[in-house]
Design a protein. Structure first.
Length: 188
C-alpha cells in the first residue's frame, strides 16, 4: 500500500510552529512567517473527497470498462451476423436467378413439346377427316380412350358425329365421357 504525504495548510502550519518553538523565548524578535501558498491539487479526486470513495470510483470504472467490452463484443457479433445475412441474401438471389432461368428453359421446352404434340394431333385429325367414318371409327376404336378423345376433339363436328356413331358402343361411350371431362371445368 502506498502512502502519500499531502501538504495541507494545517500540516504546514504545524511544521512552522515546530520550527518556531525554540525561538518562543524571544518575544521581541517575533518574526512573521508568511502563510504557505495553498497546496496544488495533484490527484484526480476533489480535495474534500474521502479516500474510501476511490474504491467506489474504481469499481464504477471497472464496471463501465466491462460494459464497454461487452457492448463491443456484441457489436462485433452483430456485424458478423449482418455479414452472414448479406452473404445468404446474395446466395439466395443468385439461386433464385438460376431457378428463374431454369424455369424459363423448362417452360420453353414444355411449350415446344405442347406445340409439337398439338401439331401431331392436328395432322392425325386431318388424316382421319379424309377417311370414311367407318374406317376412322375402326382405327380410333383400337386406341386408348384418352388418345381417341384427343383426336376426336380436333375433328370437325360434321365428321366426329358419324365416326362416333360407327364406333363400338362401349368405346363410343368412353370417348364421349372423356370429351365431356375435357369441357367439365367450363360447365356449372
Amino acid at each position: 500500500m502506498k502512502f502519500r504525504l499531502l501538504a495541507t495548510p494545517a500540516l504546514v502550519a504545524g511544521a512552522i510552529a515546530l520550527i518556531a518553538l525554540p525561538n518562543i523565548g524571544r518575544a521581541q524578535e517575533a518574526v512573521t512567517v508568511p502563510a504557505p501558498p495553498p497546496a496544488k491539487h495533484t490527484e484526480s479526486r476533489p480535495p474534500d473527497m474521502p479516500p474510501e470513495d476511490y474504491s467506489q470510483d474504481a469499481r464504477l470504472v471497472d464496471a463501465l470498462s466491462r460494459s464497454k467490452e461487452a457492448l463491443e463484443r456484441r457489436e462485433h457479433e452483430l456485424d458478423q451476423r449482418d455479414a452472414q445475412v448479406a452473404a445468404a441474401e446474395q446466395l439466395a438471389r443468385r439461386e433464385i436467378g438460376q431457378l428463374s432461368s431454369l424455369r424459363a428453359e423448362v417452360q420453353k421446352m414444355v411449350d415446344q413439346q405442347t406445340k409439337e404434340a398439338n401439331a401431331e394431333r392436328d395432322k392425325l385429325a386431318g388424316l382421319f377427316s379424309n377417311m370414311k367414318p367407318v374406317q376412322a371409327a375402326a382405327i380410333l376404336g383400337k386406341l386408348d380412350i384418352p388418345k381417341a378423345a384427343a383426336i376426336m376433339r380436333r375433328l370437325d363436328t360434321r365428321m366426329a358425329g358419324p365416326v362416333l356413331a360407327a364406333m363400338d358402343p362401349a368405346v363410343a361411350a368412353g370417348v364421349t365421357v372423356e370429351l365431356q371431362r375435357a369441357h367439365a371445368p367450363f360447365q356449372n
